[in-house]
Design a protein around this ligand. Sequence first.
Ligand code: 5GP
Ligand code: MN
Length: 356
Amino acid sequence: MKIGTDKANKLRELIDSGPRRIVIVTHTNPDGDAIGSSLAWGELLESKGHDVTCVVPNRYPSFLDWMPGIEQLKIFKYDEDGSTAQKISEAEIIFCLDFNQITRLERLSDAIKDNETAQVVLIDHHLNPSAGFDLIFSYPDSSSTSFLVYELIEQLEGTTAITKRMGENLYVGMMTDTGNFAFSNLTPELFRAVASLVEKGVDVAAIHSNVYNSFTEDRLRLLGFALNKMETFRAGDVGVAYIALKESELRRFRFQPGDSEGFVNFPLTVRTLDVSASFIENKKFIRISLRSRGDVDVSKFANKYFDGGGHKNASGGKSFMSMAETIAHFRRSALEYFGEGVSVESSPRQTTEFPG
Ligand code: 5GP
Ligand code: MN
């Protein structure tokens, strides 16, 4: 996508106007795109002489540990000495990357709102950004925020400004948010961007292995357990699957943040399933992830029934009900929304027989 000249100029003015105190924030449970886009954008701003602090609300999954510059990230949850809060309160510019509502940052939201003088700039690819930003770069057709950052840098500075380190971080976001280049919005421009990152020396195979082949044995066993628990039903023409994991079950597998990342995608490898949901319980609430294929829209569904949102084929939300109530609400809602109220039988509970 082409970024409007007016807006690009405003951004250029902002980042070309002498050294500034800049904070970059991204969403709770940061993923490869959140971290990759933040680190790359941060490195570009640092190269222009700014004082940059990248902040995440809580910890990132361990399979991202190797990302260049990740050791500089401030985890707001562990800001015991208040130094990160101070950086936020003193910031002249705050960039919000890969999310569209400041309220999604939980406790970090207040710290940002308390700084009333900073220019707050959104760079994101989710639908329907909320109000409250001074400058908005919202491109829902972009497959990742990392690709959007690539295009912003290309337009503002030219691709020569992108270093190999930045390229590695951007590639992680492009790869993970597209499910390794398998989902939607796979444009020629995206592959041209990837080609240019490869020219800079980005090692695609090494990054793939770092991200996808670095799980713990506990995580793999939890995946097996989760898939075995999967339930399916039909809502009219739409095949629906869900996976529910209670806190006690997660504890059995020594659950670490990020361990359930991607679980929700597996049911869609079944030809007859069109919608997949996962319900992952923590101490405070149940985190809901939704995926769909084709024209089936889970973003509106998440918004209507779970106060959430996201993209047409990948969305999420929260539930403060019990697991049983959440599942009952989900089943009713799916029947109403996808099946127009047609009641259908649940599939019998599968028990898996292992050979031998
Ligand atoms: P995930 O399932 O990977 O956590 O989230 C999938 C997509 O849905 C992401 O793009 C994410 O931003 C969005 N999403 C997840 N949870 C929420 C939520 O509670 N509210 C909104 N508005 N979007 C969400
Ligand atoms: Mn993203």
